[in-house]
Design a protein around this ligand. Sequence first.
Ligand code: HEM
Length: 308
Amino acid sequence: MSQKDLIEEINSKYKDLGENPDTYLSGMRYAKPVNYWDYCEIDALLTLQKPKTEIPDESVFIMYHQVNELLFKMILSEIEQVAKTNNIELNFFVSRLGRINRYFDVLISSFAIMKYGMEVEQYMKFRDALTPASGFQSVQYRKIEIACTDLNNLIDARYKHKADEFVGLQAKIDNLYWQAAGKNHKTGEKSLMLSMFEEKYGKELLDTATEYETKNLRAVFNSLSEEDKQSPKLIKAMKALDNKINIKWTMTHYRTAEHYLESSGKPVAATGGSPWKKYMHPKYQKRIFFPELWSKEELDTWGYEHEE
Ligand code: HEM
């Protein structure tokens, strides 16, 4: 574009806004050039690590969680773009699923930083200073799940057969699989980890569930034409996502928990206090976002290939 055309465009942009373009052009003479550190907020970013102890590996733990939360945000932003697009085109949907899958590849492969990148002795000391906090309380992780599928697919495996009895989104949320980490279903009593989480994010999660009820990834898939729904590259991308989050990530996370919490030979309690040995394994949780895409045998044996 020539300089003349550029100035013409700038003129019309500000005229359309009812502003005087000359003032803006004049201001450009004094504006500071952009630099990397301000643009990426590096100084602010580097002040966000506030360890509770002086044990060096606690910084690895905090920063790796922060890296995860940024990737979760990137995933949510891709899902949001899909959800906001009316009459979505197959190629756009597949390309966005590809992005999400790449973020999950990073989350899965980098989890070795948690398993091998901290000394067990150090972890077992600083973790006591974090109780009752847990990654369980990551609201972005919960939002990703809610934005991927119907709440019915996230109901605690023990109650899935009566999912239709839970009327309304809140009743479903109260019976999602993750309630099993902190709620005694007989007495209704909740752990501090769970009650603190619900107090802080309960309303936000209900809003997310309402927003994504009809436009989660599974709903978007179902809104496609019959021909698009048969697309091999789409089915491959959806199944890859289900497998990455609900088996691969879940298993690498579970093995990491074992590495630390069973380091003495006997399992010890997690910071969040869940019955983690059972709770975290995919074969018990049976979270499956797109069950229609798997065979009956695959559904029945979900997570079993990783059995001890
Ligand atoms: C040494 C590293 C880690 C250990 C030992 C560990 C252990 C655990 C345990 C035992 C739970 C069950 C809840 C509880 O009782 O606390 C849990 C839940 C969770 N953690 Fe971690 N975790 C680790 C790192 C991470 C990281 C880096 C993330 C990334 C944000 C993360 C995200 C989560 C999430 C999302 C849950 C809930 C998962 C579910 O409900 O199935 N964890 N973790």
